[in-house]
Design a protein around this ligand. Structure first.
Ligand SMILES: [Zn+2]
Length: 77
């Protein structure tokens, strides 16, 4: 597997629970990030591995938005 040169593509997928599995480290994940490499193809990984593979904070930023939105909804109840 190529250690670098991965790109994230599209939006993350919220499974609604820890029903996914990171294809890199095997961790149970709720938010699935699709990543792509020209020589490897696609994988679905968790937030930490997405950031690691793409050398970015894309996934962390996405999760920051998700958590803020969740807190907002809860505080409105
Ligand atoms: Zn992982």
């Amino acid at each position: 597997m190529p250690p670098s040169g991965w790109e994230h593509f599209g939006d993350y997928n919220d499974l609604g629970g820890l029903d996914g599995e990171c294809e890199l480290c095997g961790t149970a994940i709720r938010y699935v990030f699709p990543v792509y490499h020209a020589r490897w193809g696609t994988m679905e990984v968790g937030e930490v591995c997405c950031d690691h593979l793409t050398s970015s904070d894309f996934a962390t930023n996405q999760m920051r938005h998700v958590k803020r939105r969740t807190r907002f909804l809860f505080s409105n109840r």
